[in-house]
Ligand binder design. Structure first.
Ligand code: APR
Ligand code: PHB
Length: 384
């Protein structure tokens, strides 16, 4: 078999790239290790920068997002119960769209016309420095696909980055000593906007998926077990970390999903190895605090998509030659912002009294300074 681009991974990065290529008439096959239902079962973040909204529109995948997504004009931050409003529209004239990653993935799957091989086992990358090809097995048969380019969109644990010689990649990493325990519940959100809360017991987040479905998180120790958290314990802990008015208004209920996610900052450099390119979580991880993971994945593939189209259709290497440098510039800015939001809002084992006073001073500075709030808003809605 032969195609122009083999895309490894059918997460949002792989599916969006596949769509951008097929719109331009470039032939691509996606190889995904799991089933479509498994991919759709993963609950992840749900805030889209406006650039991501526009990309999904261009991809022809925006209809349901505009019908069901919730446009947010701002967000709330709270520190030991004191609340502050960050008004994106007033500060930077932009908004975000609250629409779950699961829904983005479903919409991209629904419009895809090209081939996606689900449950492709033992995917292996070959000769990506020369004439690339990819092998995989399905139902006991091994297949070979020859191609011009390989796009590694297979997430942090994928095979693409793992196939590179260690000497070819530099990695930069920070593992945080805590995780987020998340609960999904079919109850209306406590507030029209998201609330990011710092409390001496730890961080908490009130998020949402729809007018009738909410997503809440609390910071927990990295080695915490989800089994140790009954719904009652979760709701009690969440309420303790919020301002009293919000705590009182929360509508609790039986959780429909509950899981713990570790927090990590990670970047691999470079993103190009001959005819292999990395994009999305395969190349970088951000802690979820700034809601940047999905957005970065989409901005990577916007760059990579046009670079591959240029290379295949115009014979110009300009895009593929500069992809890594251009994508990394944006990636590091999002890494910085996610790290900063995480540092401001979480309790670290080493924070101590001095550290908490500094966090409080940072919060007070934001409250008192339009310039500081503008910087937060500019990053949150997404840099160009
Ligand atoms: N072979 C084929 N597919 C693979 C392999 C493999 N060896 N390893 C992983 N995959 C698949 C995974 O099953 C997954 O469906 O690659 C896909 C990667 O998808 P994501 O992890 O969702 O990564 P990405 O598409 O880059 O999206 C980034 O996901 O984790 C969030 O915060 C992150 O929102 C961001 C988004
Ligand atoms: C979510 O709704 O899951 C969510 C929202 C905002 C974040 C992180 C997660 O910063």
């Amino acid at each position: 078999m032969r195609t122009q681009v083999v895309i490894i991974g059918a997460g949002p990065a792989g599916l969006a790239l596949g769509r951008l290529l097929e719109q331009a008439g470039v032939d691509a096959i996606i190889l995904e290790r799991k089933s479509a239902n498994y991919v759709l079962g993963r609950i992840r973040a749900g805030v889209l920068e406006w650039g991501s909204v526009e990309l999904l529109d261009r991809a022809g995948a925006g209809a349901r997002m505009h019908a069901e997504g919730l446009v947010h004009h701002g967000t709330a931050l709270s520190f030991d119960g004191d609340r502050m409003h960050i008004d994106f529209t007033d500060l930077v004239g932009k908004q975000v769209m609250v629409y779950g990653q699961t829904e983005v993935t479903r919409d991209l799957m629904d419009i895809r016309q090209g081939t996606t091989v689900y449950e492709a086992e033992d995917v292996q990358l070959h000769d990506f420095d020369g004439k690339p090809w990819v092998s995989y097995s399905k139902d006991g048969t091994t297949h070979r696909i020859d191609c011009d380019f390989i796009a590694g969109c297979d997430g942090y644990h994928g095979v693409s980055r793992a196939s590179l010689p260690a000497s070819a990649v530099s990695t930069f990493e920070r593992v945080y000593p805590f995780g987020w325990l998340g609960v999904l519940v079919d109850k209306p959100p406590v507030d029209p906007e998201l609330i990011y809360a710092h409390h001496e017991r730890g961080f908490a987040l009130c998020s949402q998926r729809s007018p009738t479905r909410s997503r809440y998180y609390v910071q927990v120790a990295a080695d915490e077990k989800v089994e140790a958290w009954s719904d009652t314990r979760f709701w009690d802990e969440l309420r303790r970390r919020l301002d009293p008015q919000t705590a009182e208004r929360i509508e609790t209920g039986e959780s429909i999903e509950k899981s713990i996610a570790p927090l990590r900052s990670f970047v691999a450099e470079p993103l190009r190895f001959g005819r292999l390119f990395l994009a999305g979580d395969a190349a970088h991880i951000v802690p979820p605090t700034g809601a940047k993971g999905l957005n970065l994945a989409l901005s990577d593939v916007a760059l990579l998509g046009s670079a591959l189209i240029e290379a295949l259709q115009d014979g110009s290497a300009a895009g593929i030659d500069t992809y890594s440098v251009r994508a990394l510039e944006r990636i590091w800015k999002a890494e910085r912002f996610s790290w900063w939001m995480t540092s401001l809002l979480h309790v670290f084992p080493e924070t101590g009294d001095f550290g908490r006073r500094i966090q409080r001073a940072e919060f007070d500075y934001l409250m008192g300074s339009r310039a500081a709030r503008q910087s937060l808003a500019e990053n949150y809605v997404g840099l160009p």
